[in-house]
Design a protein around this ligand. Structure first.
Ligand code: HEM
Length: 340
């Protein structure tokens, strides 16, 4: 520390001491007999009070332009740091590793979920261009946000030792820029996702049956009927919309510091942001698996927008019937008759 810094610190310390409640006349007490007039010499008893006040975040005055510079030590910062680098980072890492293990095991035991009956060769339109465009805007931005965000939380342990400080600094600098700007693309994507699909994602009785049968994911020839979205997809939808809203709000609060509260509020926003982001990353990894390698025919829905009719019959029977204008036979595992 330079002598200038030391002097500034001592002056601020004294001013903080003066500002601390119940200590208005401390200046006189703490100037010991032999000291030249106007200088401050710390004595142990008063020191303890001054430092206690500083530890409690008592704000002094500072000649710096930033009014918040009067706080020397913000003790809550230590709790925040311990929570962020401790349980949040640790449980987050376990959860991410956990979902990967679960998916590998699921793949080993169940393999790729294939069609139970032969393909018909006919396709049906599942998502239009707006729906697919919105999905890929949301998905693309989320994936970059997730990777750059994970780098902020874990990069120094995972990437830094591998790529070295220079590459890590450059990558993290660019990553931060990408994270700050892509947040807006993600928020726009989530908003349009909500508007386009909310009416298909209202929970209903059939969702309970879907859950009771675990969506038929674990057994061949089990296909609980579903409309446009099944219960599992409704979970993904609401996780995206509610998680996205939470990430959006806390993200904006961090992007525009002190607009939504003080420093302690921002520490809270940071932790909420991290917890939601980690939970969403875990859920979305599961979603990406089932929407790509995990299930035959699923990707087409978001690729070309056209799905095989047999796929639609097995996974979204009620929706297919609706699209084809068929009436549903109430017998279990539905037989669909053309509408009269
Ligand atoms: C490479 C990454 C991804 C792939 C391959 C993928 C694939 C898919 C597919 C195929 C569907 C349609 C399923 C159907 O027809 O029933 C879908 C739907 C959806 N996706 Fe993605 N997706 C990806 C990333 C994401 C991300 C990052 C998010 C959100 C942050 C997301 C949110 C959704 C939502 C809300 C739906 C509608 C509900 C559902 O089908 O689960 N997707 N995705």
């Amino acid at each position: 520390m330079t002598s200038w810094c030391k002097a500034a610190l001592a002056a601020l310390t004294l001013m903080l001491g003066l500002a601390a409640a119940g200590m208005p006349a401390r200046a006189a007490d703490t100037t010991s007999a032999g000291a030249p007039a106007g200088t401050h010499q710390l004595n142990t008893g008063a020191d303890a009070d001054v430092w206690r006040a500083i530890r409690q975040g008592v704000q002094g005055t500072s000649s710096l332009p930033n009014p918040r510079a009067g706080v020397l030590i913000q003790s809550e910062g230590e709790s925040w740091r311990a929570l962020r680098n401790g349980p949040i980072a640790t449980y987050g890492a376990w959860a991410l590793a956990g979902i990967l293990v679960v998916l590998v095991l699921f793949f080993l035991f169940r393999g790729r979920i294939r069609l139970d009956a032969p393909a018909t060769g006919r396709t049906v339109q599942r998502f239009n261009a707006l729906e697919r465009g919105t999905h890929w805007l949301t998905a693309g931005s989320f994936i970059v946000l997730a990777l750059t965000g994970l780098n902020v939380l874990y990069g120094r342990w995972v990437l830094l030792p591998v790529i070295g400080p220079e590459a890590f600094a450059a990558l993290t600098g660019w990553g931060k820029l990408a994270h700050n700007y892509l947040g807006f693309a993600f928020m726009a994507g989530v908003l349009v996702t909500f508007l386009l699909w909310v009416r298909h994602n209202i929970p209903e009785r059939a969702d309970l049956t879907w859950f009771a049968q675990a969506g038929g994911l674990f057994s061949k020839n089990v296909h609980p009927e579903a409309k446009k979205f099944n219960a599992g997809q409704k979970v993904i939808f609401w996780a995206t919309v509610l998680g996205g809203a939470g990430l959006g709000f806390t993200g904006l609060a961090l992007l525009f510091p002190f607009s939504f509260g003080g420093l302690q509020d921002m520490q809270l926003y940071q932790m909420i942001h991290a917890v939601i982001a980690l939970a969403m990353a875990v859920i979305i990894i599961g979603h990406i698996y089932i929407g790509s390698v995990g299930m035959e025919g699923a990707f087409d829905a978001m690729g070309s927008g056209q799905v095989e009719e047999e796929w639609a019959r097995e996974h979204h029977a009620l929706w297919l019937a609706e699209v084809k204008g068929e009436r549903i036979d109430p017998r279990p595992h539905g037989h669909h008759a053309p509408a009269e």
